[in-house]
Write a protein that binds this ligand. Structure first.
Ligand code: OGA
Ligand code: NI
Length: 355
């Protein structure tokens, strides 16, 4: 069966879209990283939040209402935070410290883990970079399972701890993703049979992404991560700092910050859950903004079905009653959808839309 990495091999990248600049060596934002500013789109808006006390819901997973609240949040916003999620805070700290250990290396050491042009894992700029004519204030490290091959290049004698921590974190994130997904299906009134749950869970496509947003001399000009939706079913994001950087786009409100909440993880709906829910759950558009004073670190975990799984609106959801229930998307394999997204980014969803 095709692996997730194989889904990316058809869109090889140029080196300029792989190697991040050496952020340690720049004292001002270079032209290549300076984004045009319009009133609405400008990262400047982040300094203009007076009176905007909007915040995304925090859900205690031990609460008896957790299913109802999570489902409702998916429907209204496509994003929420969870507490009592069972991920030990010591593990979160270890992931952070291993991520720092990597990102604080000099540029020449980090490129030893460089993603290959047709590869999916390793160090590099964000995968969405080729769709924008400016570069982002960001460097990332992507893992799918064991990061051994990359870690061994970077630390020939000291790779073990990094691998152990990253593998442990992926195992626990996978279990949490399954738990959240089961809750969401329950909210939709779906049985495991309705979504072929055993097959969905077997060989699930997952990725772990370390994101680093170095301190930026002028954040008003720069973009940490350009606006996008996530491809898979669910994303679980850990943000390390009290400095915010993640923003979600809300109809009628514009860009809204998602402030880190101590001990909470951010969960958002991705394209595939949007499709399966027949657009009941929005695939939330989000971006990240760098800061002048803080080097920000986040850890994203992406959970999706196996590559040969067919993703389409859940059959029973589209059989209910009237026309408004009719399927809005044709079904595609996970592999095909990942390829469509790699080639077309935000146009991918409209390519499978049928009404
Ligand atoms: C991502 C993402 C946001 C952040 O990795 O897809 O949206 O704040 N990250 O790092
Ligand atoms: Ni994202």
């Amino acid at each position: 069966m095709a692996t997730l990495s194989e889904a990316y091999t058809e869109t090889p990248l140029h080196l300029q879209h792989i190697i991040p600049i050496d952020f340690d060596s720049v004292e001002e934002v270079p032209q290549s990283h300076s984004w045009p500013q319009s009133d609405d789109e400008s990262p400047r808006r982040m300094f203009n939040l007076d009176g905007d006390h909007f915040s995304i819901p925090a859900i205690d997973l031990d609460s008896p209402d957790a299913i109802e609240m999570a489902g409702h949040a998916c429907k209204i916003m496509g994003i929420f935070q969870v507490t009592n999620h069972g991920i030990p805070s010591s593990l979160l700290r270890e992931v952070e410290s291993q991520a720092w250990r990597f990102f604080t290396l000099p540029a020449r050491a980090k490129v030893k883990a460089l993603r290959s042009p047709s590869g999916a894992t390793g160090y590099g700029v964000a995968r969405i970079a080729p769709f924008f004519n400016k570069f982002m204030w960001h460097e990332g490290f992507t893992m799918m399972g064991s990061p051994l091959e990359h870690a061994r290049e970077v630390w020939p004698h000291g790779y073990r701890k990094f691998c152990e921590v990253m593998e442990d974190y992926q195992d626990k994130m996978k279990a949490l993703s399954e738990r959240l997904l089961a809750m969401i299906l329950k909210y939709l009134g779906m049985s495991e049979h309705d979504v072929d749950w055993p097959r969905l869970r077997s060989n699930a496509c997952t990725a772990l992404q370390l994101n680093s947003y170095p301190r930026c001399p002028d954040p008003r000009q720069a973009m940490g991560l350009a606006p996008h939706t996530d491809t898979f079913l669910l994303t679980i994001l850990h943000q390390n700092h009290s400095a915010h950087g993640l923003q979600v786009h809300m109809e009628g409100r514009g860009w809204v910050p998602v402030f880190p909440m101590n001990g909470a993880l951010v969960v958002n709906v991705g394209d595939m859950l949007h499709i399966m829910s027949n657009a009941m759950f929005p695939s939330v558009v989000h971006r990240a903004i760098p800061s002048e004073n803080t080097h920000r670190l986040t850890v994203g975990y992406f959970y999706g079905p196996p590559t040969d799984f067919h993703v389409g609106p859940i059959h029973r959801l589209t059989q209910a009653s009237g026309r408004e229930d009719a399927a809005q998307f044709r079904s595609v394999t996970v592999k095909d959808y990942i390829q469509m997204k790699a080639k077309n980014l935000d146009k991918a969803l409209s390519m499978i839309r049928i009404r």
